[in-house]
Design a protein around this ligand. Sequence first.
Ligand SMILES: NC(=O)c1ccc[n+]([C@@H]2O[C@H](COP(=O)([O-])OP(=O)(O)OC[C@H]3O[C@@H](n4cnc5c(N)ncnc54)[C@H](OP(=O)(O)O)[C@@H]3O)[C@@H](O)[C@H]2O)c1
Length: 292
Amino acid sequence: MFAVQIDRHGGPELLTVRDVAPPTPKLGEVLVRTVASTLNPVDWKTRVWDVGPAFPMTLGWDIAGIVIASRTPDFAIGDRVVAMSAQVATGLGTWAELVALPARLVSHAPVSVPLTEAAALPLAGVTAFQALARLNLAQGERLLVTGAVGAVGRTAVALAAHGGAVADGLVSREEHLQPARSLGLQHASASIADLKGESYDAIFDTAGVDVSHALASGGRYVSVADEPLPSIPGAQKSYVQENREHLAELVRLVDADVLRPHIAHYFSVHQVRAAHELFEKGGLTGKVGLCF
Ligand SMILES: NC(=O)c1ccc[n+]([C@@H]2O[C@H](COP(=O)([O-])OP(=O)(O)OC[C@H]3O[C@@H](n4cnc5c(N)ncnc54)[C@H](OP(=O)(O)O)[C@@H]3O)[C@@H](O)[C@H]2O)c1
């Protein structure tokens, strides 16, 4: 079988599609034939930065695919599944034809969308779900989401609106205002200077920008970005944790038409270098998918 691997850290040219030995599922695991994955910022960061498991390293966190062997009662051959493998911590890269995954990482896939779309859900979805939970939003509260058309941002907007909050969004550029409005934001802005001071009950930062002036006194602030937090009392970072119950809840919300995974560009896995190049340029309004 083939896998996308790197042998050292660096540019997209280091991404190599090569033959590797297929994995054998252990007790409690499923063997998944990968149908699709998507690119997340952690994938290029792991490629470039000095992080991740030993070389040769198979990259990839998201997976949507079909179970072809099962050593757990939770899944049967033929099941359509999604998972977030947490590659950096577990060493389980999903950019491979076959991936053995412990059942604790795996959820049944949504039935209402193809696996090629469901692949956009795991990492970005669980990140948004867990960070938003920290904000504990009440019905009618005002939320600002930065990076609102990004993968985590758009999921946060949909989840917050579903919970009854009123979400506004900050985007990186004027061309993203229209796509942002189509997410159901009450107001979208492309400039930090346009944000009214002390006007939000909560802020969810996915873009690593300091928008603390827009937070009302006593408001809550959560960030998933790498940048340091602004100095506001109680501001917190959220780091995604593998959790199949959270993933299953996101799947349920996709099937309930609350969430719609959005992939704007598809590449064959054999074009993974081009996929990385496009993704790293930024400016996209949907995810980059890899088809196997
Ligand atoms: N802590 C965790 O556990 C965790 C988990 C997942 C992701 N993350 C991190 O969360 C961040 C977002 O992830 P993602 O998957 O949503 O990435 P993404 O899809 O690339 O979205 C990021 C969005 O932020 C926008 N942006 C960048 N600078 C901005 C600015 N100054 N003002 C407004 N918007 C701006 C980007 O626009 P342009 O493309 O136009 O620049 C893009 O739309 C990444 O840094 C990622 O590494 C952390």
